[in-house]
Design a protein around this ligand. Structure first.
Ligand code: UGA
Length: 428
């Protein structure tokens, strides 16, 4: 299917990246959204999410007439060969994924889909969703295919174009192969399987990553108690190819729009089939404990009590390279600080909006003014380039808590400040 006619429903971060990248692969892509203001902006080449390379791809797709943006899915799908569902699947009651948006789209398009058109799930959906969609569609001539995405925010375009693998699952093998063929210009191993396995791959991968991080954060805590250095420990671990070097950096906890939601959803899915996934539950609990430990560390840096302490926060996004605040550990930590009576001033290079419980400023040095302590919560490289001598002059206290082990400890101590990292011995 070279130059296939594809409809992408939902122009959030997954849908927009998928649509723009499929157009770049030579397909004719129509992106649909219910938000007419957003559609108009996108049709004019304006991308509101911070995603390197995405706006350029959208502009190129529009210019080449391989990409268009419309409101209303019924007309759009009329001659589609594949319809990608990229609508949100947020955390619903009890932690299970809320599939109402998926169901609403199916209800809307079921009777107008042309025969043979594949319905493809891109959003992370619970195992069994493909089957459920088939039932909702009530059509034998429309195959359902699970094709989970593995895009990271901040590197989504690169991840799409250079994937580690392409996973496509359907109970209709020919349909799965047709969808896999849409990506034939990408060089990556293809895993063609049944729908349930493809759906589970996504959860199994994200939850594994979350467990890896909870484990690393716990090892960092042990390092502190045992006088070891997490940087050397993870380096020593990472050289073992069975473990791998990536995803071994301790931090204020894992967040974002995916790992927290997916871990809860898999615990729920397991429970629904009578399996107590205590290993995964422990990773979630550890992730909450990590935030408590970070707050305690910050309290320690200001003499034990956060009441009326002035805390300057560097970084609010859930990780560097994005302006996404969804489930950001930085936001949990700042709101815990505020709840303990601290006065929080925060700066993030990608965040300008007003947020409750803190003053958001647009200059990193403003957070230092009269601060008792500075806390790095997101690993933006620009924080390493600050003039720390000037920061020290502006501050009232001398504490720097680096929850990302981003800064060079010596730079901080040379500026006359006191450095506290995560899982690292205090510099002499
Ligand atoms: C994650 C997965 O990495 C993607 O493969 C997946 O496609 C995506 O979810 C999704 O389901 O859509 P993302 O949420 O963009 O991607 O973020 P990650 O880069 O995985 O980071 C998740 C969290 O882990 C962040 O809070 C980050 O700061 C933290 N992290 C990551 C660490 O604390 N240490 C690390 O070494 C790596």
């Amino acid at each position: 299917m070279s130059g296939a006619r594809i409809v992408v429903i939902g122009t959030g971060y997954v849908g927009l990246t998928t649509g723009a990248c499929l157009a770049a692969l030579g397909h004719q892509v129509t992106c649909v959204d219910v938000d007419d203001v957003k559609v108009a902006r996108l049709a004019a080449g304006r991308v509101d999410i911070l995603e390197p390379g995405l706006e350029e791809l959208v502009t190129r797709g529009l210019a080449a007439r391989r990409l268009r943006f419309v409101v209303g899915s019924r007309a759009a799908v009329a001659d589609a060969e594949a319809v990608y569902l990229c609508v949100p699947t947020p955390m619903g009651a009890g932690g299970a994924a809320d599939l109402r948006a998926v169901e609403a789209v199916i209800a809307e398009i079921a009777d107008v889909l042309p025969a043979g058109c594949a319905v493809v799930t891109k959003s992370t959906v619970p195992v069994g969703t493909a089957q459920r969609i088939r039932a909702l569609l009530g059509r034998d001539d429309v195959p359902v295919v699970a094709n989970p995405e593995f895009l990271r925010e901040g590197t989504a375009v690169a991840d799409f174009m250079h994937p580690d693998r392409i996973v496509v699952g359907s109970d209709d093998e020919a349909a799965a192969r047709r969808i896999a063929d849409l990506y034939r210009d990408l060089s990556a191993p293809n895993v063609i399987t049944d729908a349930a396995s493809a759906e589970l791959v996504k959860y199994a991968a994200n939850c594994f990553l979350a467990m890896k991080l909870s484990y690393v954060n716990a090892i960092a805590e042990l390092c502190e108690r045992l006088g070891a250095d997490i940087v050397s420990v993870t380096e020593g671990m990472g050289h073992d190819r069975r473990i791998g070097r990536s995803f071994l950096k301790p931090g204020p906890g894992w967040g974002g729009s995916c790992l927290p939601k997916d871990t809860h959803a898999l615990v729920q899915v397991a429970e629904s089939v009578g399996f107590d996934f205590s290993l995964l539950t422990a990773a979630i609990v550890e992730n909450i404990a990590q935030r408590d430990r970070i707050v305690a560390k910050i309290a320690g840096a200001v003499g034990g009590s956060l009441a009326a302490a002035r805390i300057g926060v560097l970084g609010l996004a859930f990780k560097a390279g994005t302006n996404d605040l969804r489930d950001s550990p930085a936001l949990s930590v700042t709101s815990m600080l505020a709840a303990h009576g601290a006065e929080v001033t925060a700066y993030d290079p990608a965040v300008r909006e007003a947020l409750p419980g803190m003053t958001v400023v647009d200059d990193p040095y403003q957070v230092a003014k009269d601060a008792d302590a500075i806390v790095v919560l997101t690993e933006w490289a620009e924080f390493t380039k600050l003039d720390w001598g000037y920061v020290a002059d502006l501050m009232q206290g001398d504490g720097v808590v680096d929850t990302r082990n981003l800064l060079e400890p010596r730079t901080i101590t040379d500026a006359g400040l006191s450095y506290v990292g995560l899982g690292r011995p205090r510099p002499a």
